[in-house]
Design a protein around this ligand. Structure first.
Ligand code: FES
Length: 178
């Protein structure tokens, strides 16, 4: 009868089996790691989504119907805004580095600055009350809708809320970390 307390003898076959298992496991991890990193890349160091505070040239509660105020993404640290919707060259989740707050009747809209044709920055045409694109001539009404192509769709909205005072708004964005 075998002694249960006696140490088990490691056979040559068991020893080689363990080593083969360890080597196969290591090769599988080494082969899969680049695929995992490709599919789920780590965000760049320091990058963080969150509200971006923007100070406007004029408080929102003093804007008149048809007023439009341009703003840029703060650069200390570098930030960008996240588009809430899109079409054409723009898309939900893409970044914008500027925008416009517009008072349209009782409504306040906040648009990304990017033209929906190929992404150039639109400029306010204060006299005509339109946003005009310098690249290929697209024009937009102050409510963001297309007045003249080639832009195929309206300007993208930015998601925002009022900040701590009427001259500040908070826009969904990202700190870029560089
Ligand atoms: S990028 Fe604006 S019209 Fe082409």
């Amino acid at each position: 009868m075998a002694d249960a307390a006696a140490p088990r003898k490691v056979t040559r076959r068991n020893f080689l089996g363990w080593w083969m298992g360890i080597i196969l496991g290591a090769l599988t991890v080494a082969g899969a790691a680049p695929i995992v990193v490709y599919l789920w890349p780590a965000p760049p160091k320091g990058q963080k989504k969150g509200p971006v505070n923007v100070t406007l040239d004029k408080p929102i509660n003093q804007m008149n119907d048809g007023d439009a105020i341009k703003f840029d993404a703060p650069s200390t640290p570098n930030t960008a805004f996240i588009m809430a919707d899109g079409g054409g060259d723009n898309a939900q989740g893409e970044l914008a580095f500027g925008g416009f707050v517009v008072k349209n009747g009782s409504k306040v809209d906040v648009f990304a600055i990017n033209c929906s044709h190929l992404g150039c920055s639109v400029a306010l045409n204060a006299a005509a009350k339109t946003f005009d694109c310098p690249c290929h001539g697209s024009r937009f009404h102050l409510d963001g809708s297309v007045l003249q192509g080639p832009a195929p769709v309206p300007l993208s909205h930015l998601t925002w809320k009022e900040g701590s005072d009427p001259a500040t708004i908070q826009i969904d964005g990202i700190v870029l970390g560089f």
